[in-house]
Design a protein around this ligand. Sequence first.
Ligand code: GLU
Length: 484
Amino acid sequence: MTPSAPATTQNGSAHGFFAQVNRMFDAAAAHTDHLEGILHQIRACDGIVRFEFPIKRDDGSIDVVQAYRAEHSHHKKPTKGGIRYAPNVNVDEVMALAALMSYKCAIVDVPFGGAKGGVCIDARQYSAAELERITRRYTFELIRKNFIGPGVDVPAPDYGTGSREMAWIMDTYNQMTDDDLNGLASVTGKPVGQGGVRGRTEATGRGVYYGVREACSYARDMERMGLDAGMAGKTVVIQGLGNVGYHTARIMQDEGDAVIVGIAEIEGAIYDPDGLDVDAVVEHRRTTGSILDFPGARNIAESAKALELPCDVLVPAALEGVITEENASNIQAKIIGEAANGPVTAQADQMLRERGVLLIPDVYLNAGGVTVSYFEWLRNLSHVRHGRMSRRFEERNAERILRAVDELTAEHFDNELLDSLIERIGFGASEQDLVNSGLEDTMAFAYDEIRIIREEKGVDMRTAAFISAINKIAKSYADMGIFP
Ligand code: GLU
Protein backbone atom coordinates (compact mmCIF):
# COMPACT_ATOMS: atom_id res chain seq x y z
CA MET A 1 0.00 0.00 0.00
CA THR A 2 1.65 3.11 -1.23
CA PRO A 3 1.17 6.80 -1.39
CA SER A 4 0.84 7.55 -5.09
CA ALA A 5 2.26 10.97 -4.33
CA PRO A 6 4.99 11.57 -1.75
CA ALA A 7 3.66 11.89 1.80
CA THR A 8 3.08 15.45 2.88
CA THR A 9 3.32 17.05 6.27
CA GLN A 10 -0.44 17.52 6.50
CA ASN A 11 -1.92 15.67 9.40
CA GLY A 12 -4.97 13.77 8.20
CA SER A 13 -4.81 15.19 4.67
CA ALA A 14 -7.05 13.42 2.19
CA HIS A 15 -4.02 12.94 -0.07
CA GLY A 16 -1.53 11.90 2.58
CA PHE A 17 -0.10 8.47 3.22
CA PHE A 18 -2.30 7.86 6.27
CA ALA A 19 -5.42 8.67 4.24
CA GLN A 20 -4.28 6.17 1.62
CA VAL A 21 -3.81 3.47 4.24
CA ASN A 22 -7.31 4.29 5.48
CA ARG A 23 -8.74 4.04 1.98
CA MET A 24 -7.25 0.56 1.72
CA PHE A 25 -8.68 -0.21 5.14
CA ASP A 26 -12.14 1.00 4.09
CA ALA A 27 -12.09 -1.08 0.91
CA ALA A 28 -11.39 -4.16 3.02
CA ALA A 29 -13.82 -3.18 5.79
CA ALA A 30 -16.63 -3.16 3.22
CA HIS A 31 -16.24 -6.96 3.09
CA THR A 32 -16.81 -7.29 6.87
CA ASP A 33 -19.88 -6.66 9.00
CA HIS A 34 -18.31 -4.87 11.97
CA LEU A 35 -20.08 -1.83 13.38
CA GLU A 36 -18.84 1.49 11.99
CA GLY A 37 -17.83 2.57 15.51
CA ILE A 38 -15.52 -0.41 15.88
CA LEU A 39 -14.00 0.20 12.45
CA HIS A 40 -13.49 3.84 13.38
CA GLN A 41 -11.69 2.84 16.58
CA ILE A 42 -9.45 0.36 14.75
CA ARG A 43 -8.56 2.97 12.11
CA ALA A 44 -7.83 5.81 14.52
CA CYS A 45 -4.31 6.65 15.68
CA ASP A 46 -4.57 6.33 19.48
CA GLY A 47 -1.65 8.54 20.45
CA ILE A 48 1.24 10.52 19.03
CA VAL A 49 4.03 12.64 20.47
CA ARG A 50 5.96 15.23 18.55
CA PHE A 51 8.96 16.99 20.02
CA GLU A 52 12.00 19.03 19.13
CA PHE A 53 15.33 19.00 20.88
CA PRO A 54 18.73 20.60 20.39
CA ILE A 55 21.78 18.55 19.52
CA LYS A 56 25.33 19.73 19.71
CA ARG A 57 27.27 19.03 16.53
CA ASP A 58 30.92 17.96 16.67
CA ASP A 59 31.95 21.42 15.43
CA GLY A 60 30.19 23.09 18.38
CA SER A 61 27.15 24.32 16.43
CA ILE A 62 23.62 23.36 17.43
CA ASP A 63 20.91 21.67 15.35
CA VAL A 64 17.30 21.45 16.43
CA VAL A 65 15.90 18.04 15.58
CA GLN A 66 12.22 17.16 15.05
CA ALA A 67 11.02 13.76 16.22
CA TYR A 68 7.84 11.72 16.53
CA ARG A 69 6.44 8.52 17.95
CA ALA A 70 2.96 7.34 17.01
CA GLU A 71 1.16 4.55 18.86
CA HIS A 72 -1.59 3.62 16.48
CA SER A 73 -3.44 0.91 18.36
CA HIS A 74 -3.57 -0.10 22.00
CA HIS A 75 -5.78 -3.14 21.47
CA LYS A 76 -2.70 -5.13 22.52
CA LYS A 77 0.18 -3.98 24.66
CA PRO A 78 2.95 -3.19 24.14
CA THR A 79 2.81 -1.32 20.88
CA LYS A 80 5.61 -2.14 18.48
CA GLY A 81 7.37 -0.68 15.48
CA GLY A 82 10.61 0.70 14.14
CA ILE A 83 12.25 4.09 14.36
CA ARG A 84 13.33 5.67 11.11
CA TYR A 85 15.93 8.35 10.60
CA ALA A 86 15.15 10.14 7.35
CA PRO A 87 14.97 13.73 6.16
CA ASN A 88 11.36 13.40 4.93
CA VAL A 89 9.94 12.00 8.21
CA ASN A 90 6.65 13.75 9.03
CA VAL A 91 3.61 13.25 11.19
CA ASP A 92 1.43 11.87 8.38
CA GLU A 93 4.03 9.26 7.41
CA VAL A 94 4.66 8.20 11.01
CA MET A 95 0.93 7.70 11.63
CA ALA A 96 0.51 5.75 8.38
CA LEU A 97 3.45 3.49 9.13
CA ALA A 98 2.22 2.95 12.71
CA ALA A 99 -1.19 1.92 11.34
CA LEU A 100 0.49 -0.51 8.95
CA MET A 101 2.35 -1.99 11.95
CA SER A 102 -0.98 -2.65 13.72
CA TYR A 103 -2.29 -4.49 10.66
CA LYS A 104 0.99 -6.29 10.03
CA CYS A 105 1.18 -7.61 13.60
CA ALA A 106 -2.45 -8.76 13.48
CA ILE A 107 -1.94 -10.57 10.15
CA VAL A 108 0.92 -12.67 11.53
CA ASP A 109 -0.58 -13.06 15.02
CA VAL A 110 2.15 -11.12 16.77
CA PRO A 111 0.38 -9.87 19.90
CA PHE A 112 1.31 -6.19 19.71
CA GLY A 113 -0.39 -2.95 18.75
CA GLY A 114 1.31 -0.92 16.03
CA ALA A 115 3.66 2.03 16.48
CA LYS A 116 6.32 3.91 14.53
CA GLY A 117 8.89 6.53 15.38
CA GLY A 118 10.72 8.99 13.24
CA VAL A 119 13.56 11.44 13.59
CA CYS A 120 13.75 14.01 10.85
CA ILE A 121 17.45 13.85 9.92
CA ASP A 122 19.63 12.60 7.11
CA ALA A 123 21.66 10.12 9.15
CA ARG A 124 24.53 10.21 6.63
CA GLN A 125 25.20 13.85 7.53
CA TYR A 126 25.97 13.01 11.18
CA SER A 127 28.98 11.37 12.84
CA ALA A 128 28.52 8.27 15.01
CA ALA A 129 28.99 10.41 18.13
CA GLU A 130 26.30 12.85 16.95
CA LEU A 131 23.93 10.01 16.13
CA GLU A 132 24.51 8.58 19.59
CA ARG A 133 23.60 11.93 21.18
CA ILE A 134 20.46 12.16 19.03
CA THR A 135 19.41 8.59 19.81
CA ARG A 136 19.94 8.94 23.55
CA ARG A 137 18.09 12.25 23.69
CA TYR A 138 15.22 10.82 21.62
CA THR A 139 14.99 7.86 24.03
CA PHE A 140 15.09 10.19 27.03
CA GLU A 141 12.12 12.12 25.60
CA LEU A 142 10.21 8.89 24.99
CA ILE A 143 10.81 7.79 28.61
CA ARG A 144 9.59 11.13 29.96
CA LYS A 145 6.43 10.86 27.87
CA ASN A 146 5.87 7.18 28.72
CA PHE A 147 6.21 6.20 25.07
CA ILE A 148 8.73 3.42 25.64
CA GLY A 149 8.96 0.38 27.92
CA PRO A 150 8.77 -3.43 27.73
CA GLY A 151 5.02 -3.37 28.38
CA VAL A 152 4.34 0.04 26.86
CA ASP A 153 5.95 0.58 23.47
CA VAL A 154 8.95 -1.28 22.06
CA PRO A 155 10.95 0.28 19.20
CA ALA A 156 13.07 -1.58 16.64
CA PRO A 157 15.22 -0.73 13.61
CA ASP A 158 13.72 0.81 10.50
CA TYR A 159 15.05 2.89 7.61
CA GLY A 160 18.29 4.59 8.70
CA THR A 161 18.67 2.76 12.02
CA GLY A 162 20.15 -0.60 13.03
CA SER A 163 21.40 -2.67 15.93
CA ARG A 164 23.84 0.04 17.03
CA GLU A 165 21.03 2.56 17.62
CA MET A 166 18.97 -0.12 19.39
CA ALA A 167 21.86 -0.79 21.80
CA TRP A 168 22.01 2.97 22.63
CA ILE A 169 18.26 3.01 23.22
CA MET A 170 18.44 -0.01 25.51
CA ASP A 171 21.38 1.43 27.43
CA THR A 172 19.64 4.79 27.91
CA TYR A 173 16.46 3.06 29.03
CA ASN A 174 18.39 0.89 31.49
CA GLN A 175 20.32 3.80 32.93
CA MET A 176 17.17 5.76 33.58
CA THR A 177 15.01 2.93 34.89
CA ASP A 178 17.50 0.84 36.79
CA ASP A 179 14.83 -1.02 38.77
CA ASP A 180 13.22 -2.40 35.62
CA LEU A 181 14.24 -6.05 35.54
CA ASN A 182 12.88 -6.30 32.00
CA GLY A 183 14.79 -3.32 30.63
CA LEU A 184 16.35 -5.45 27.87
CA ALA A 185 12.85 -5.93 26.42
CA SER A 186 12.37 -2.17 25.95
CA VAL A 187 13.70 -2.39 22.38
CA THR A 188 14.36 -5.15 19.81
CA GLY A 189 16.83 -5.57 16.97
CA LYS A 190 19.72 -5.29 19.44
CA PRO A 191 23.13 -6.88 18.82
CA VAL A 192 23.20 -10.53 19.95
CA GLY A 193 25.70 -9.69 22.70
CA GLN A 194 23.26 -7.10 24.08
CA GLY A 195 20.18 -9.28 24.33
CA GLY A 196 19.42 -9.57 20.62
CA VAL A 197 18.17 -12.83 19.17
CA ARG A 198 20.00 -14.85 16.55
CA GLY A 199 18.33 -14.50 13.15
CA ARG A 200 16.86 -10.99 13.65
CA THR A 201 19.18 -9.37 11.11
CA GLU A 202 18.05 -11.56 8.22
CA ALA A 203 14.50 -12.02 9.53
CA THR A 204 12.70 -9.75 7.05
CA GLY A 205 14.47 -11.32 4.05
CA ARG A 206 13.91 -14.82 5.39
CA GLY A 207 10.23 -13.99 5.92
CA VAL A 208 10.00 -12.76 2.31
CA TYR A 209 11.44 -16.08 1.16
CA TYR A 210 8.98 -18.12 3.24
CA GLY A 211 6.05 -16.00 2.02
CA VAL A 212 6.95 -16.28 -1.67
CA ARG A 213 7.68 -19.99 -1.29
CA GLU A 214 4.27 -20.51 0.30
CA ALA A 215 2.61 -18.67 -2.59
CA CYS A 216 4.47 -20.89 -5.06
CA SER A 217 3.38 -24.04 -3.25
CA TYR A 218 -0.24 -23.73 -4.48
CA ALA A 219 -0.27 -25.64 -7.77
CA ARG A 220 -3.67 -24.24 -8.76
CA ASP A 221 -2.55 -20.61 -8.30
CA MET A 222 0.66 -21.27 -10.21
CA GLU A 223 -1.16 -23.07 -13.01
CA ARG A 224 -3.34 -19.99 -13.61
CA MET A 225 -0.15 -18.08 -14.40
CA GLY A 226 1.39 -20.88 -16.45
CA LEU A 227 3.95 -21.70 -13.75
CA ASP A 228 4.88 -24.96 -12.03
CA ALA A 229 4.41 -25.28 -8.29
CA GLY A 230 7.44 -24.81 -6.05
CA MET A 231 10.22 -22.30 -5.63
CA ALA A 232 12.95 -24.42 -7.23
CA GLY A 233 13.94 -23.20 -10.68
CA LYS A 234 11.86 -20.01 -10.50
CA THR A 235 13.66 -17.04 -12.03
CA VAL A 236 13.87 -14.03 -9.74
CA VAL A 237 14.81 -10.36 -10.09
CA ILE A 238 15.68 -8.47 -6.91
CA GLN A 239 15.68 -4.68 -6.65
CA GLY A 240 17.93 -3.54 -3.82
CA LEU A 241 20.88 -5.35 -2.24
CA GLY A 242 20.38 -3.86 1.21
CA ASN A 243 19.62 -5.95 4.26
CA VAL A 244 16.21 -7.17 3.04
CA GLY A 245 17.08 -7.63 -0.64
CA TYR A 246 20.39 -9.36 0.04
CA HIS A 247 19.02 -11.91 2.51
CA THR A 248 15.94 -12.56 0.38
CA ALA A 249 18.11 -13.24 -2.67
CA ARG A 250 20.64 -15.34 -0.79
CA ILE A 251 18.06 -17.52 0.98
CA MET A 252 15.91 -17.94 -2.16
CA GLN A 253 19.02 -19.13 -3.98
CA ASP A 254 20.56 -21.31 -1.25
CA GLU A 255 17.47 -22.80 0.37
CA GLY A 256 14.85 -22.44 -2.35
CA ASP A 257 17.00 -23.35 -5.39
CA ALA A 258 15.61 -20.29 -7.17
CA VAL A 259 17.66 -18.73 -9.98
CA ILE A 260 18.50 -15.08 -9.32
CA VAL A 261 18.66 -13.71 -12.87
CA GLY A 262 18.71 -9.98 -12.13
CA ILE A 263 19.87 -7.63 -9.38
CA ALA A 264 19.35 -3.88 -9.36
CA GLU A 265 21.09 -1.30 -7.23
CA ILE A 266 21.42 2.46 -7.32
CA GLU A 267 24.34 2.40 -9.82
CA GLY A 268 22.59 0.13 -12.35
CA ALA A 269 21.53 -3.47 -12.76
CA ILE A 270 22.95 -6.78 -13.94
CA TYR A 271 21.24 -9.65 -15.71
CA ASP A 272 22.27 -13.23 -16.38
CA PRO A 273 19.57 -15.69 -17.46
CA ASP A 274 21.77 -18.56 -16.20
CA GLY A 275 21.78 -17.13 -12.68
CA LEU A 276 23.96 -14.81 -10.61
CA ASP A 277 25.79 -15.98 -7.50
CA VAL A 278 24.43 -13.53 -4.91
CA ASP A 279 27.41 -13.63 -2.54
CA ALA A 280 29.84 -13.25 -5.44
CA VAL A 281 27.89 -10.17 -6.60
CA VAL A 282 28.08 -8.67 -3.08
CA GLU A 283 31.83 -9.36 -2.98
CA HIS A 284 32.26 -7.83 -6.46
CA ARG A 285 30.40 -4.70 -5.30
CA ARG A 286 32.50 -4.52 -2.15
CA THR A 287 35.76 -4.62 -4.07
CA THR A 288 34.82 -2.54 -7.14
CA GLY A 289 32.22 -0.23 -5.58
CA SER A 290 29.53 -1.29 -8.09
CA ILE A 291 27.51 -4.34 -9.12
CA LEU A 292 28.14 -3.44 -12.78
CA ASP A 293 30.66 -5.42 -14.85
CA PHE A 294 30.03 -8.60 -12.91
CA PRO A 295 31.71 -11.42 -14.89
CA GLY A 296 29.30 -13.13 -17.29
CA ALA A 297 26.42 -10.71 -16.64
CA ARG A 298 24.90 -8.07 -18.90
CA ASN A 299 24.95 -4.49 -17.59
CA ILE A 300 21.74 -2.45 -17.54
CA ALA A 301 22.63 1.19 -17.13
CA GLU A 302 19.20 2.38 -16.03
CA SER A 303 18.55 0.59 -12.77
CA ALA A 304 14.75 0.86 -12.91
CA LYS A 305 14.71 -1.07 -16.21
CA ALA A 306 15.59 -4.19 -14.21
CA LEU A 307 11.98 -4.26 -13.02
CA GLU A 308 10.97 -5.02 -16.61
CA LEU A 309 13.29 -8.00 -17.08
CA PRO A 310 11.80 -11.41 -17.94
CA CYS A 311 11.38 -13.42 -14.73
CA ASP A 312 8.83 -15.39 -12.73
CA VAL A 313 9.20 -13.46 -9.47
CA LEU A 314 10.03 -9.79 -9.01
CA VAL A 315 11.05 -8.65 -5.54
CA PRO A 316 11.21 -4.88 -5.07
CA ALA A 317 13.18 -4.60 -1.85
CA ALA A 318 14.24 -0.97 -1.89
CA LEU A 319 12.11 2.11 -2.27
CA GLU A 320 8.42 2.89 -2.25
CA GLY A 321 6.51 3.73 -5.42
CA VAL A 322 8.86 2.07 -7.94
CA ILE A 323 6.13 0.31 -9.93
CA THR A 324 3.75 2.93 -11.26
CA GLU A 325 1.22 3.33 -14.08
CA GLU A 326 4.20 4.34 -16.25
CA ASN A 327 6.01 1.01 -16.11
CA ALA A 328 3.33 -1.44 -14.90
CA SER A 329 2.46 -2.63 -18.39
CA ASN A 330 6.13 -3.46 -19.08
CA ILE A 331 6.48 -5.73 -16.04
CA GLN A 332 6.96 -9.32 -17.19
CA ALA A 333 6.99 -11.03 -13.78
CA LYS A 334 4.01 -13.23 -12.87
CA ILE A 335 4.51 -12.79 -9.13
CA ILE A 336 5.50 -9.60 -7.30
CA GLY A 337 6.73 -10.02 -3.73
CA GLU A 338 6.54 -6.65 -1.99
CA ALA A 339 9.54 -6.80 0.32
CA ALA A 340 9.81 -2.99 0.54
CA ASN A 341 7.05 -0.88 2.00
CA GLY A 342 4.67 0.26 -0.74
CA PRO A 343 6.69 -0.45 -3.89
CA VAL A 344 3.56 -0.63 -6.09
CA THR A 345 1.30 2.42 -6.46
CA ALA A 346 -2.47 2.00 -6.25
CA GLN A 347 -2.92 2.54 -10.01
CA ALA A 348 -0.16 0.08 -10.93
CA ASP A 349 -1.62 -2.43 -8.47
CA GLN A 350 -4.90 -2.41 -10.35
CA MET A 351 -3.25 -2.67 -13.78
CA LEU A 352 -1.15 -5.64 -12.69
CA ARG A 353 -4.07 -7.45 -11.08
CA GLU A 354 -6.13 -7.06 -14.24
CA ARG A 355 -3.32 -8.87 -16.05
CA GLY A 356 -3.45 -11.74 -13.55
CA VAL A 357 -0.18 -10.92 -11.75
CA LEU A 358 -0.07 -12.26 -8.20
CA LEU A 359 0.87 -9.44 -5.81
CA ILE A 360 1.99 -10.58 -2.38
CA PRO A 361 1.36 -7.49 -0.24
CA ASP A 362 3.98 -5.76 1.90
CA VAL A 363 1.75 -5.66 4.96
CA TYR A 364 2.08 -9.44 5.08
CA LEU A 365 5.31 -10.17 3.23
CA ASN A 366 7.71 -8.00 5.21
CA ALA A 367 6.31 -9.05 8.60
CA GLY A 368 9.31 -11.32 9.27
CA GLY A 369 11.16 -8.50 11.04
CA VAL A 370 8.49 -7.85 13.64
CA THR A 371 7.83 -11.57 14.03
CA VAL A 372 11.43 -12.20 15.05
CA SER A 373 11.34 -9.02 17.17
CA TYR A 374 8.56 -10.74 19.06
CA PHE A 375 10.84 -13.76 19.63
CA GLU A 376 13.57 -11.39 20.86
CA TRP A 377 11.14 -9.68 23.25
CA LEU A 378 10.08 -13.11 24.59
CA ARG A 379 13.72 -14.06 25.05
CA ASN A 380 14.39 -10.84 26.99
CA LEU A 381 11.37 -11.30 29.24
CA SER A 382 12.25 -14.92 29.97
CA HIS A 383 15.89 -13.98 30.60
CA VAL A 384 17.10 -17.11 28.85
CA ARG A 385 18.30 -17.92 25.34
CA HIS A 386 15.73 -19.87 23.32
CA GLY A 387 16.65 -23.56 23.42
CA ARG A 388 19.04 -23.23 26.35
CA MET A 389 17.02 -25.53 28.62
CA SER A 390 16.11 -28.12 26.03
CA ARG A 391 18.85 -28.40 23.43
CA ARG A 392 21.04 -31.03 25.06
CA PHE A 393 18.01 -32.90 26.37
CA GLU A 394 16.58 -33.15 22.84
CA GLU A 395 19.95 -34.28 21.55
CA ARG A 396 20.21 -37.08 24.12
CA ASN A 397 16.60 -38.09 23.52
CA ALA A 398 17.18 -38.43 19.79
CA GLU A 399 20.27 -40.52 20.48
CA ARG A 400 18.32 -42.73 22.91
CA ILE A 401 15.59 -43.31 20.32
CA LEU A 402 18.09 -44.21 17.61
CA ARG A 403 19.89 -46.63 19.94
CA ALA A 404 16.56 -48.20 20.98
CA VAL A 405 15.59 -48.67 17.33
CA ASP A 406 18.99 -50.25 16.78
CA GLU A 407 18.44 -52.67 19.67
CA LEU A 408 15.01 -53.62 18.36
CA THR A 409 16.48 -54.46 14.96
CA ALA A 410 17.52 -58.09 14.91
CA GLU A 411 20.54 -57.27 12.82
CA HIS A 412 22.12 -54.21 14.43
CA PHE A 413 23.11 -51.23 12.27
CA ASP A 414 26.81 -51.15 11.77
CA ASN A 415 28.44 -48.71 14.17
CA GLU A 416 29.46 -46.28 11.50
CA LEU A 417 25.88 -46.04 10.20
CA LEU A 418 24.54 -45.58 13.72
CA ASP A 419 27.07 -42.86 14.49
CA SER A 420 26.29 -41.05 11.26
CA LEU A 421 22.53 -41.27 11.94
CA ILE A 422 23.08 -39.84 15.41
CA GLU A 423 25.15 -37.04 13.98
CA ARG A 424 22.64 -36.24 11.25
CA ILE A 425 19.37 -36.36 13.14
CA GLY A 426 20.35 -36.52 16.78
CA PHE A 427 20.74 -32.83 17.47
CA GLY A 428 18.82 -30.39 19.61
CA ALA A 429 17.46 -27.15 18.19
CA SER A 430 19.68 -24.06 18.53
CA GLU A 431 18.22 -20.60 19.04
CA GLN A 432 18.67 -19.92 15.32
CA ASP A 433 16.82 -23.16 14.42
CA LEU A 434 13.93 -22.23 16.71
CA VAL A 435 13.72 -18.67 15.41
CA ASN A 436 13.74 -19.84 11.78
CA SER A 437 11.15 -22.51 12.38
CA GLY A 438 8.89 -20.11 14.31
CA LEU A 439 9.20 -17.61 11.47
CA GLU A 440 8.51 -20.24 8.81
CA ASP A 441 5.39 -21.43 10.61
CA THR A 442 4.17 -17.85 11.12
CA MET A 443 4.60 -16.84 7.47
CA ALA A 444 3.08 -20.04 6.09
CA PHE A 445 0.09 -19.96 8.42
CA ALA A 446 -0.68 -16.29 7.75
CA TYR A 447 -0.43 -16.79 3.97
CA ASP A 448 -2.90 -19.64 4.11
CA GLU A 449 -5.32 -17.53 6.18
CA ILE A 450 -5.15 -14.66 3.70
CA ARG A 451 -5.51 -16.99 0.73
CA ILE A 452 -8.68 -18.52 2.18
CA ILE A 453 -10.16 -15.03 2.65
CA ARG A 454 -9.19 -14.18 -0.93
CA GLU A 455 -11.05 -17.24 -2.23
CA GLU A 456 -14.08 -16.75 -0.01
CA LYS A 457 -14.54 -13.04 -0.70
CA GLY A 458 -13.29 -13.00 -4.28
CA VAL A 459 -10.81 -10.21 -3.51
CA ASP A 460 -7.09 -9.66 -4.13
CA MET A 461 -4.37 -10.64 -1.65
CA ARG A 462 -3.91 -7.10 -0.32
CA THR A 463 -7.59 -6.61 0.45
CA ALA A 464 -7.67 -10.11 1.96
CA ALA A 465 -4.69 -9.26 4.19
CA PHE A 466 -6.48 -6.12 5.46
CA ILE A 467 -9.69 -8.10 6.05
CA SER A 468 -7.68 -10.59 8.11
CA ALA A 469 -6.18 -7.75 10.19
CA ILE A 470 -9.53 -5.99 10.72
CA ASN A 471 -11.25 -9.21 11.82
CA LYS A 472 -8.51 -10.05 14.30
CA ILE A 473 -8.34 -6.57 15.86
CA ALA A 474 -12.16 -6.36 16.05
CA LYS A 475 -12.17 -9.74 17.76
CA SER A 476 -9.68 -8.63 20.36
CA TYR A 477 -11.90 -5.63 21.22
CA ALA A 478 -14.90 -7.98 21.39
CA ASP A 479 -12.93 -10.40 23.62
CA MET A 480 -12.16 -7.53 25.99
CA GLY A 481 -15.92 -7.00 26.24
CA ILE A 482 -15.50 -3.40 25.13
CA PHE A 483 -17.61 -3.73 22.04
CA PRO A 484 -20.32 -6.24 21.14
N1 GLU B 1 10.73 -1.74 11.21
C1 GLU B 1 10.30 -3.08 10.99
C2 GLU B 1 8.91 -3.07 10.36
O1 GLU B 1 8.49 -2.07 9.87
C3 GLU B 1 10.37 -3.92 12.25
C4 GLU B 1 9.49 -3.49 13.37
C5 GLU B 1 9.76 -4.27 14.66
O2 GLU B 1 10.52 -5.22 14.64
O3 GLU B 1 9.16 -3.88 15.66
O4 GLU B 1 8.26 -4.07 10.27
